[in-house]
Design a protein around this ligand. Structure first.
Ligand SMILES: [Zn+2]
Length: 419
Protein backbone atom coordinates (compact mmCIF):
# COMPACT_ATOMS: atom_id res chain seq x y z
CA UNK A 1 0.00 0.00 0.00
CA UNK A 2 1.30 3.43 -0.93
CA UNK A 3 0.89 5.96 1.83
CA UNK A 4 0.49 9.48 0.50
CA UNK A 5 1.35 12.39 2.73
CA UNK A 6 -1.59 14.74 2.30
CA UNK A 7 -1.72 18.52 2.48
CA UNK A 8 -5.19 19.74 3.43
CA UNK A 9 -6.08 23.30 2.43
CA UNK A 10 -9.05 25.17 3.91
CA UNK A 11 -10.41 28.60 2.90
CA UNK A 12 -13.37 30.60 4.22
CA UNK A 13 -14.97 34.03 4.55
CA UNK A 14 -13.54 35.59 1.39
CA UNK A 15 -16.86 36.80 0.00
CA UNK A 16 -19.36 39.52 0.83
CA UNK A 17 -23.09 39.98 0.23
CA UNK A 18 -22.13 42.22 -2.71
CA UNK A 19 -19.95 39.80 -4.55
CA UNK A 20 -17.43 37.06 -4.86
CA UNK A 21 -17.97 33.56 -3.66
CA UNK A 22 -15.44 31.37 -1.86
CA UNK A 23 -16.25 28.51 -4.27
CA UNK A 24 -15.28 30.68 -7.27
CA UNK A 25 -12.04 31.66 -5.58
CA UNK A 26 -11.38 27.96 -4.95
CA UNK A 27 -12.04 27.08 -8.57
CA UNK A 28 -9.59 29.80 -9.70
CA UNK A 29 -7.00 28.34 -7.34
CA UNK A 30 -7.64 24.82 -8.62
CA UNK A 31 -7.15 26.00 -12.22
CA UNK A 32 -3.78 27.53 -11.35
CA UNK A 33 -2.76 24.40 -9.45
CA UNK A 34 -3.67 22.26 -12.48
CA UNK A 35 -1.71 24.60 -14.78
CA UNK A 36 1.30 23.88 -12.56
CA UNK A 37 0.82 20.12 -12.69
CA UNK A 38 -0.77 19.87 -9.24
CA UNK A 39 -3.92 17.69 -9.11
CA UNK A 40 -6.44 17.44 -6.29
CA UNK A 41 -6.76 14.02 -4.62
CA UNK A 42 -10.57 14.23 -4.50
CA UNK A 43 -13.35 16.70 -5.32
CA UNK A 44 -13.02 20.03 -3.51
CA UNK A 45 -15.37 20.17 -0.54
CA UNK A 46 -17.98 22.83 0.30
CA UNK A 47 -18.90 22.51 3.98
CA UNK A 48 -21.88 24.37 5.46
CA UNK A 49 -21.86 25.17 9.16
CA UNK A 50 -24.52 26.08 11.74
CA UNK A 51 -27.30 27.77 9.71
CA UNK A 52 -27.89 30.20 12.58
CA UNK A 53 -24.26 31.40 12.48
CA UNK A 54 -25.40 34.37 10.40
CA UNK A 55 -27.20 35.77 13.45
CA UNK A 56 -23.96 35.98 15.35
CA UNK A 57 -21.26 36.23 12.73
CA UNK A 58 -21.33 36.19 8.98
CA UNK A 59 -20.45 33.30 6.74
CA UNK A 60 -21.51 29.76 7.31
CA UNK A 61 -19.61 27.66 4.84
CA UNK A 62 -15.99 26.89 3.99
CA UNK A 63 -14.13 25.22 1.15
CA UNK A 64 -11.33 22.67 1.41
CA UNK A 65 -9.31 20.37 -0.84
CA UNK A 66 -6.43 17.94 -0.65
CA UNK A 67 -3.19 17.61 -2.62
CA UNK A 68 -0.15 15.41 -2.24
CA UNK A 69 2.33 16.98 0.14
CA UNK A 70 5.29 16.62 -2.26
CA UNK A 71 7.91 19.01 -3.62
CA UNK A 72 5.22 21.11 -5.32
CA UNK A 73 3.28 21.72 -2.10
CA UNK A 74 5.23 24.89 -1.39
CA UNK A 75 4.18 26.34 -4.73
CA UNK A 76 0.56 25.31 -4.01
CA UNK A 77 0.63 27.23 -0.72
CA UNK A 78 1.94 30.33 -2.52
CA UNK A 79 -0.79 30.13 -5.17
CA UNK A 80 -3.54 29.78 -2.53
CA UNK A 81 -2.36 32.78 -0.52
CA UNK A 82 -1.85 34.91 -3.65
CA UNK A 83 -5.38 34.22 -4.94
CA UNK A 84 -6.98 34.90 -1.55
CA UNK A 85 -5.08 38.21 -1.42
CA UNK A 86 -6.16 39.04 -4.97
CA UNK A 87 -9.84 37.98 -4.99
CA UNK A 88 -11.20 38.42 -1.44
CA UNK A 89 -13.67 41.25 -0.82
CA UNK A 90 -11.42 43.05 1.65
CA UNK A 91 -13.43 46.30 1.46
CA UNK A 92 -16.35 44.66 3.23
CA UNK A 93 -16.07 45.01 7.03
CA UNK A 94 -17.63 41.60 7.44
CA UNK A 95 -15.19 39.82 5.14
CA UNK A 96 -12.38 38.34 7.22
CA UNK A 97 -10.70 35.56 5.27
CA UNK A 98 -8.85 32.68 6.81
CA UNK A 99 -6.63 30.04 5.20
CA UNK A 100 -5.45 26.82 6.84
CA UNK A 101 -2.76 24.35 5.76
CA UNK A 102 -2.68 21.02 7.55
CA UNK A 103 -0.38 18.06 6.84
CA UNK A 104 -1.38 14.51 7.62
CA UNK A 105 -4.35 12.50 8.79
CA UNK A 106 -7.61 13.95 10.11
CA UNK A 107 -7.89 13.01 13.79
CA UNK A 108 -11.06 12.30 15.79
CA UNK A 109 -10.35 15.48 17.72
CA UNK A 110 -10.58 17.43 14.45
CA UNK A 111 -13.83 15.68 13.55
CA UNK A 112 -15.27 16.70 16.94
CA UNK A 113 -14.25 20.29 16.22
CA UNK A 114 -16.06 20.19 12.86
CA UNK A 115 -19.28 18.95 14.45
CA UNK A 116 -19.05 21.70 17.06
CA UNK A 117 -18.81 24.23 14.21
CA UNK A 118 -22.00 22.78 12.73
CA UNK A 119 -23.95 22.47 15.99
CA UNK A 120 -22.69 25.46 17.96
CA UNK A 121 -20.56 28.55 17.62
CA UNK A 122 -16.79 28.72 17.69
CA UNK A 123 -14.94 31.97 18.24
CA UNK A 124 -11.90 33.05 16.20
CA UNK A 125 -9.77 32.69 19.35
CA UNK A 126 -10.97 29.12 19.99
CA UNK A 127 -10.38 28.18 16.36
CA UNK A 128 -6.86 29.63 16.43
CA UNK A 129 -6.01 27.85 19.67
CA UNK A 130 -7.33 24.57 18.30
CA UNK A 131 -5.55 25.03 14.96
CA UNK A 132 -2.25 25.66 16.75
CA UNK A 133 -2.75 22.62 18.99
CA UNK A 134 -3.03 20.30 15.98
CA UNK A 135 -0.16 21.91 14.09
CA UNK A 136 -2.05 23.86 11.41
CA UNK A 137 -0.36 26.68 9.52
CA UNK A 138 -2.81 29.53 10.06
CA UNK A 139 -3.21 32.60 7.84
CA UNK A 140 -5.60 35.29 9.07
CA UNK A 141 -6.56 38.20 6.87
CA UNK A 142 -7.99 41.18 8.77
CA UNK A 143 -9.79 39.56 11.75
CA UNK A 144 -9.33 36.14 10.16
CA UNK A 145 -12.77 34.83 11.04
CA UNK A 146 -12.51 32.44 8.08
CA UNK A 147 -10.18 30.14 10.01
CA UNK A 148 -13.24 28.85 11.92
CA UNK A 149 -14.86 27.45 8.78
CA UNK A 150 -11.53 26.55 7.15
CA UNK A 151 -10.58 24.12 9.90
CA UNK A 152 -14.11 22.68 9.89
CA UNK A 153 -14.05 22.29 6.10
CA UNK A 154 -10.85 20.26 6.31
CA UNK A 155 -11.95 18.16 9.28
CA UNK A 156 -15.59 17.19 8.74
CA UNK A 157 -16.11 13.49 7.92
CA UNK A 158 -18.63 13.08 5.09
CA UNK A 159 -20.53 9.88 5.80
CA UNK A 160 -23.44 11.32 3.84
CA UNK A 161 -22.77 13.84 1.11
CA UNK A 162 -24.12 15.41 -2.07
CA UNK A 163 -22.49 17.20 -5.00
CA UNK A 164 -23.03 20.69 -6.35
CA UNK A 165 -22.01 21.84 -9.81
CA UNK A 166 -21.38 25.58 -9.88
CA UNK A 167 -21.11 27.44 -13.17
CA UNK A 168 -19.49 30.88 -13.11
CA UNK A 169 -20.19 34.07 -15.03
CA UNK A 170 -17.92 36.41 -16.87
CA UNK A 171 -16.95 39.28 -14.51
CA UNK A 172 -18.50 41.89 -16.81
CA UNK A 173 -21.90 40.29 -16.19
CA UNK A 174 -21.73 40.33 -12.38
CA UNK A 175 -24.79 42.02 -10.94
CA UNK A 176 -26.82 41.80 -14.17
CA UNK A 177 -29.83 39.55 -14.76
CA UNK A 178 -28.71 35.97 -15.33
CA UNK A 179 -29.45 34.74 -18.86
CA UNK A 180 -30.72 31.26 -18.06
CA UNK A 181 -33.22 29.54 -20.35
CA UNK A 182 -35.85 28.55 -17.77
CA UNK A 183 -37.51 26.07 -20.14
CA UNK A 184 -34.25 24.12 -20.26
CA UNK A 185 -34.16 24.05 -16.45
CA UNK A 186 -37.64 22.44 -16.42
CA UNK A 187 -36.40 19.94 -19.00
CA UNK A 188 -33.28 19.20 -16.90
CA UNK A 189 -35.42 18.62 -13.82
CA UNK A 190 -37.71 16.31 -15.78
CA UNK A 191 -34.78 14.23 -17.03
CA UNK A 192 -32.56 14.13 -13.94
CA UNK A 193 -34.76 14.41 -10.80
CA UNK A 194 -34.44 12.81 -8.22
CA UNK A 195 -30.73 12.26 -8.98
CA UNK A 196 -30.61 16.05 -9.04
CA UNK A 197 -32.89 17.94 -6.67
CA UNK A 198 -33.78 21.46 -5.46
CA UNK A 199 -33.93 22.63 -9.08
CA UNK A 200 -37.38 24.18 -9.21
CA UNK A 201 -40.14 25.10 -6.79
CA UNK A 202 -43.13 24.26 -8.95
CA UNK A 203 -45.75 25.86 -6.70
CA UNK A 204 -43.88 29.19 -6.66
CA UNK A 205 -42.52 28.87 -10.24
CA UNK A 206 -39.14 29.54 -8.63
CA UNK A 207 -35.91 28.50 -10.38
CA UNK A 208 -33.82 27.40 -7.41
CA UNK A 209 -30.58 26.80 -9.35
CA UNK A 210 -30.32 30.57 -9.94
CA UNK A 211 -28.73 32.56 -7.08
CA UNK A 212 -30.42 35.77 -5.99
CA UNK A 213 -27.19 37.63 -5.07
CA UNK A 214 -24.78 39.50 -7.40
CA UNK A 215 -22.12 36.79 -6.95
CA UNK A 216 -20.06 35.14 -9.73
CA UNK A 217 -22.28 32.03 -9.70
CA UNK A 218 -24.48 31.67 -12.79
CA UNK A 219 -26.22 28.58 -11.46
CA UNK A 220 -25.71 25.76 -8.98
CA UNK A 221 -27.16 22.28 -9.52
CA UNK A 222 -27.37 19.85 -6.60
CA UNK A 223 -27.22 16.11 -6.96
CA UNK A 224 -26.46 12.73 -5.44
CA UNK A 225 -24.12 11.80 -8.29
CA UNK A 226 -21.53 13.45 -10.51
CA UNK A 227 -22.94 11.69 -13.60
CA UNK A 228 -26.33 13.34 -13.12
CA UNK A 229 -24.61 16.74 -12.83
CA UNK A 230 -22.74 16.27 -16.10
CA UNK A 231 -26.01 15.32 -17.79
CA UNK A 232 -27.83 18.26 -16.19
CA UNK A 233 -25.16 20.71 -17.35
CA UNK A 234 -25.62 19.52 -20.93
CA UNK A 235 -29.37 20.13 -20.75
CA UNK A 236 -29.39 23.58 -19.12
CA UNK A 237 -29.05 26.31 -21.75
CA UNK A 238 -27.73 29.79 -20.99
CA UNK A 239 -27.37 32.90 -23.13
CA UNK A 240 -24.20 34.24 -21.59
CA UNK A 241 -20.65 32.87 -21.32
CA UNK A 242 -19.73 30.31 -18.67
CA UNK A 243 -16.12 31.17 -17.84
CA UNK A 244 -15.58 28.18 -15.55
CA UNK A 245 -17.40 25.48 -13.62
CA UNK A 246 -16.52 23.22 -10.74
CA UNK A 247 -18.08 20.28 -8.88
CA UNK A 248 -17.94 20.32 -5.09
CA UNK A 249 -18.54 17.47 -2.66
CA UNK A 250 -20.66 18.89 0.12
CA UNK A 251 -22.64 18.27 3.31
CA UNK A 252 -25.58 20.20 1.83
CA UNK A 253 -28.97 18.47 2.15
CA UNK A 254 -27.73 15.81 4.56
CA UNK A 255 -29.44 17.07 7.76
CA UNK A 256 -25.97 17.03 9.30
CA UNK A 257 -26.93 20.12 11.34
CA UNK A 258 -29.75 18.23 13.09
CA UNK A 259 -29.11 16.68 16.52
CA UNK A 260 -31.55 14.28 18.16
CA UNK A 261 -32.89 16.11 21.22
CA UNK A 262 -33.64 14.08 24.33
CA UNK A 263 -36.65 16.29 25.04
CA UNK A 264 -37.92 19.81 24.46
CA UNK A 265 -36.24 21.47 27.44
CA UNK A 266 -32.80 20.09 26.52
CA UNK A 267 -32.67 22.14 23.31
CA UNK A 268 -30.61 25.33 23.14
CA UNK A 269 -31.06 28.55 21.19
CA UNK A 270 -29.35 28.51 17.74
CA UNK A 271 -29.12 24.72 17.87
CA UNK A 272 -30.82 22.50 15.25
CA UNK A 273 -32.73 19.42 16.36
CA UNK A 274 -35.28 16.75 15.78
CA UNK A 275 -37.66 16.41 18.72
CA UNK A 276 -41.00 14.72 19.38
CA UNK A 277 -43.82 16.72 20.97
CA UNK A 278 -47.58 16.92 21.28
CA UNK A 279 -49.32 19.80 19.56
CA UNK A 280 -50.72 21.99 22.32
CA UNK A 281 -52.90 24.45 20.41
CA UNK A 282 -54.27 24.90 16.93
CA UNK A 283 -51.72 26.70 14.70
CA UNK A 284 -52.70 30.24 13.79
CA UNK A 285 -51.36 32.94 11.50
CA UNK A 286 -50.20 36.25 12.91
CA UNK A 287 -49.39 39.56 11.24
CA UNK A 288 -46.81 39.14 8.51
CA UNK A 289 -48.20 35.76 7.54
CA UNK A 290 -46.17 33.71 10.01
CA UNK A 291 -47.85 30.68 11.58
CA UNK A 292 -47.21 29.62 15.17
CA UNK A 293 -48.21 26.91 17.62
CA UNK A 294 -46.74 25.17 20.65
CA UNK A 295 -45.58 21.60 21.13
CA UNK A 296 -45.11 20.10 24.59
CA UNK A 297 -43.68 17.06 26.31
CA UNK A 298 -43.09 16.06 29.94
CA UNK A 299 -40.06 18.41 30.12
CA UNK A 300 -41.63 21.60 28.79
CA UNK A 301 -42.96 23.33 25.70
CA UNK A 302 -41.68 25.44 22.81
CA UNK A 303 -43.24 27.69 20.23
CA UNK A 304 -42.90 26.38 16.67
CA UNK A 305 -43.01 28.65 13.62
CA UNK A 306 -43.70 28.18 9.93
CA UNK A 307 -42.71 31.53 8.50
CA UNK A 308 -44.23 33.44 5.59
CA UNK A 309 -41.50 32.38 3.10
CA UNK A 310 -42.50 28.74 3.65
CA UNK A 311 -45.68 29.56 1.67
CA UNK A 312 -47.92 26.49 1.22
CA UNK A 313 -46.16 24.62 4.01
CA UNK A 314 -48.16 26.86 6.37
CA UNK A 315 -51.36 25.42 4.91
CA UNK A 316 -50.12 21.92 5.79
CA UNK A 317 -49.18 23.07 9.30
CA UNK A 318 -52.65 24.58 9.72
CA UNK A 319 -54.12 21.04 9.57
CA UNK A 320 -52.42 20.12 12.85
CA UNK A 321 -54.72 19.76 15.84
CA UNK A 322 -54.14 19.71 19.60
CA UNK A 323 -53.21 16.20 20.68
CA UNK A 324 -51.34 15.33 17.48
CA UNK A 325 -47.90 13.88 18.20
CA UNK A 326 -45.29 15.03 15.69
CA UNK A 327 -41.53 14.93 15.23
CA UNK A 328 -40.26 18.34 14.13
CA UNK A 329 -36.93 19.02 12.40
CA UNK A 330 -35.43 22.51 12.46
CA UNK A 331 -33.60 25.04 14.57
CA UNK A 332 -34.19 27.53 17.34
CA UNK A 333 -33.79 31.09 16.09
CA UNK A 334 -33.38 34.57 17.46
CA UNK A 335 -36.86 34.76 19.00
CA UNK A 336 -36.39 31.38 20.70
CA UNK A 337 -38.92 29.93 18.28
CA UNK A 338 -38.36 26.54 16.67
CA UNK A 339 -38.20 27.16 12.89
CA UNK A 340 -39.69 24.05 11.30
CA UNK A 341 -37.89 22.66 8.25
CA UNK A 342 -40.02 19.53 8.12
CA UNK A 343 -42.13 17.34 10.37
CA UNK A 344 -43.27 13.75 10.59
CA UNK A 345 -46.65 12.77 11.94
CA UNK A 346 -46.13 10.22 14.71
CA UNK A 347 -49.75 9.84 15.84
CA UNK A 348 -52.73 11.85 14.69
CA UNK A 349 -55.43 12.71 17.15
CA UNK A 350 -58.57 11.76 15.24
CA UNK A 351 -61.02 12.25 18.09
CA UNK A 352 -62.36 15.67 18.96
CA UNK A 353 -64.83 16.49 21.71
CA UNK A 354 -67.92 18.48 20.84
CA UNK A 355 -71.06 19.71 22.55
CA UNK A 356 -73.88 17.13 22.33
CA UNK A 357 -76.56 17.37 19.65
CA UNK A 358 -80.09 17.97 20.89
CA UNK A 359 -83.01 15.64 20.13
CA UNK A 360 -84.23 18.33 17.75
CA UNK A 361 -80.98 18.11 15.75
CA UNK A 362 -79.42 21.40 16.82
CA UNK A 363 -75.96 21.42 18.46
CA UNK A 364 -76.35 22.48 22.09
CA UNK A 365 -74.48 25.29 23.79
CA UNK A 366 -72.99 25.43 27.27
CA UNK A 367 -75.45 26.43 29.96
CA UNK A 368 -72.60 27.82 32.05
CA UNK A 369 -69.83 26.30 34.17
CA UNK A 370 -70.99 22.94 35.64
CA UNK A 371 -74.54 23.58 34.43
CA UNK A 372 -74.57 21.24 31.47
CA UNK A 373 -75.88 22.14 28.03
CA UNK A 374 -78.98 23.82 26.67
CA UNK A 375 -80.62 24.00 23.28
CA UNK A 376 -81.23 27.47 21.94
CA UNK A 377 -83.85 26.21 19.48
CA UNK A 378 -86.19 24.08 21.64
CA UNK A 379 -85.03 24.94 25.16
CA UNK A 380 -84.09 21.33 26.01
CA UNK A 381 -81.48 20.94 28.80
CA UNK A 382 -78.89 18.28 29.76
CA UNK A 383 -77.31 18.32 33.24
CA UNK A 384 -74.10 16.49 32.32
CA UNK A 385 -71.06 18.59 31.31
CA UNK A 386 -69.55 15.74 29.29
CA UNK A 387 -68.78 16.57 25.71
CA UNK A 388 -69.11 13.77 23.19
CA UNK A 389 -66.19 12.20 21.31
CA UNK A 390 -66.43 12.46 17.53
CA UNK A 391 -64.10 10.64 15.16
CA UNK A 392 -62.91 12.96 12.42
CA UNK A 393 -61.22 12.55 9.06
CA UNK A 394 -57.77 14.06 8.84
CA UNK A 395 -55.97 15.50 5.84
CA UNK A 396 -52.60 14.64 7.38
CA UNK A 397 -51.45 11.00 7.44
CA UNK A 398 -49.75 8.99 10.17
CA UNK A 399 -45.99 8.35 9.62
CA UNK A 400 -45.87 10.78 6.69
CA UNK A 401 -43.27 13.56 6.37
CA UNK A 402 -44.15 17.11 5.32
CA UNK A 403 -41.46 19.60 4.27
CA UNK A 404 -40.94 23.27 3.47
CA UNK A 405 -40.87 24.11 -0.25
CA UNK A 406 -37.65 24.25 -2.28
CA UNK A 407 -37.79 28.06 -2.35
CA UNK A 408 -37.53 28.20 1.46
CA UNK A 409 -35.15 25.31 2.04
CA UNK A 410 -31.90 25.71 3.95
CA UNK A 411 -28.58 24.48 2.51
CA UNK A 412 -28.22 21.68 5.04
CA UNK A 413 -31.84 20.54 5.15
CA UNK A 414 -32.36 17.05 3.71
CA UNK A 415 -35.23 17.01 1.19
CA UNK A 416 -37.72 14.14 1.33
CA UNK A 417 -36.49 13.10 -2.12
CA UNK A 418 -33.25 12.02 -0.40
CA UNK A 419 -34.90 10.23 2.53
ZN1 LIG B 1 -83.29 21.22 20.68
Amino acid sequence: MIIINILHIGIDDTDSPDGMCTTFLASQIINRLNDNGIELLDYPRLIRLNPFARFKTRGNGGVSFQIENDDKAGLAREIVLEEVEKLSMFDCDNTNPGVIFYEGEITSEMEDYAFRAIYEFITIEDAEEFGNSIGCEIHKFKKGRGIIGSIAAISLPLTDFTFELLAYRSSQNYGTKRQIDYESVYEMDKQTFPDTFENIDYAEKYIAIEPKTPCPVLYGIRSNTVDALIKAKEIVKVNEPIVDWCIFKTNQHTDMHIQKAKNISSMKQFGCYEVVGEVKNKPSIIEGGHMFFYIKDESGEIECGAYEPTKNFRKIVSYLLPGDVIKVFGGIGEQNTFNIEKFQVIKLNDIIYQNPICECGKRMTSAGANKGFKCKKCGNKIESDDKVPVKIDRFLENKKFYETPVSARRHLSKPLSRM
